[in-house]
Design a protein around this ligand. Structure first.
Ligand code: NAI
Ligand code: MG
Length: 354
């Protein structure tokens, strides 16, 4: 029996509904594969912020550091500005734990119609690898002459050789374990310093991975291809801003925000990695027990894979694929009438059959 210590941060709104569903699935998958879970729950959230003035306690990162991984639901609460939850919790975790890879798998499933005509189930299956700690989201810059006609703002992008190399290495390694194709997102025609630097380093890394067929595309053309021909992609590597936008576009191509998972990875495993569905706290449906738990459950499967249990992770994604395809037990966002618990029960039944 292996035991993993997991920090649970359900957060706000439907985060508190989908994380328990994911834990039920982890327990069932664990009992089939000899994995034991030691879950510790934290109430860090925007609700806590309104009560106590901070998203997490001062020693929050220290507390998390003792765990093997973090499973997060969603944070966001009416009245609390988004930048509070982002800079008070998510970004400190990503940066302190050097989670420099943000991984977003995208699949078109049978049972989840894509808004894109030629996005067929089984054909669209790719991963966006987003650089997660530097690039365009730097803190260097400032504002001058506030309130005057010559008011100005400057924000610096920061691309380091180490930072680009490690995310490119991760992406090429992932492509080797998948279908051996990689696309690098660039804009070296318009952004004349950082993007040619990105391109040069990606080409250097590519030279060490001769089994991967790769190309680079300007971000504008790439965005169009995500819509026009999504099945051509396997692994897409991108800077922080480009990856952020591309991964939401890709999630939209996949048909529903409720199913999209993500992982914030420290590939060296020196620090805990964090797994979270892409969706937010959905205040419009929170408290009704109808949230789609697929994004959270798929994120939990990514966690299992990262913790060294690819077979257990594969069991979960196969059961998810079957559950979505069977169409009789789906949550309302996918056109069904099932509650979060009913869908999860159905999924647990399919896991037992696997
Ligand atoms: P959202 O993702 O919470 O909701 C967008 C729409 O999708 C809503 O109509 C919602 O009901 C629906 N939806 C989302 N997830 C669903 C699920 N699992 N099942 C069924 N329907 C689902 O995005 P929104 O409304 O822009 O943001 C709400 C709050 O969440 C805000 O406070 C925002 O800051 C926060 N947020 C937090 C994120 C995070 O924790 N990483 C990410 C995105 C938003
Ligand atoms: Mg985003």
């Amino acid at each position: 029996m292996t035991t993993h210590r997991i920090a649970l941060i359900p957060g706000d709104g439907i985060g508190t509904e989908v994380v328990p569903a994911a834990c039920r699935v982890l327990k069932r998958a664990g009992s089939r594969h000899g994995i034991d879970w030691d879950f510790e729950e934290f109430d860090w959230s925007c609700e806590r912020y309104t009560r106590e003035g901070s998203m997490m306690p001062e020693d929050g990162l220290e507390q998390l550091g003792a765990h093997d991984a973090i499973l997060l639901g969603a944070v966001g609460y009416p009245g609390v500005p988004d930048h509070v939850s982002l800079w008070g919790l998510l970004i400190p975790i990503r940066r302190a734990f050097r989670q420099y890879v943000n991984l977003r798998p995208i699949r078109v499933f049978q049972g989840v119609p894509s808004p894109v005509r030629d996005a067929h189930p089984g054909e669209v299956d790719f991963v966006v690898v987003r650089e997660n700690v530097e690039g365009e989201y730097g803190e260097i810059g400032g504002r001058l002459n506030r309130g005057f006609p010559d008011e100005m703002a400057v924000q610096e992008s920061v691309f380091t050789r180490a930072g680009v190399t490690r995310v490119a290495e991760y992406a090429f390694g992932l492509a080797e374990r998948r279908r051996g194709r990689l696309t690098s997102a660039t804009k070296s025609n318009g952004i004349v310093h950082t993007m040619p630097f990105w391109d040069e380093i990606v080409a250097e890394v590519a030279a060490g991975h001769d089994k991967v067929a790769w190309d680079q595309e300007h971000i504008d053309a790439l965005a169009a291809k995500f819509v026009l021909d999504p099945s051509r992609f396997d692994v897409v590597v991108a800077s922080n801003l480009f990856g952020d936008i591309l991964s939401d576009l890709a999630a939209a191509v996949a048909g529903s925000i409720g199913i999209a998972p993500s992982a914030n990875l420290n590939p060296e495993r020196a620090y805990p990695s964090m797994f979270e569905p892409v969706h937010g706290s959905a205040p419009d449906i929170a408290g009704r027990g109808i949230a789609n738990p697929v994004g959270a459950i798929w994120s939990a499967a990514l966690m299992l894979d990262h913790l060294g249990h690819p077979e257990a992770a594969e069991d979960i994604t196969s059961a998810l694929t079957a559950a979505l395809a069977s169409a009789d037990v789906l949550t309302p966002d996918l056109g069904g009438t099932a509650s979060t618990d009913e869908f999860t029960d159905h999924l647990l039944g399919l896991l037992d059959e696997a």
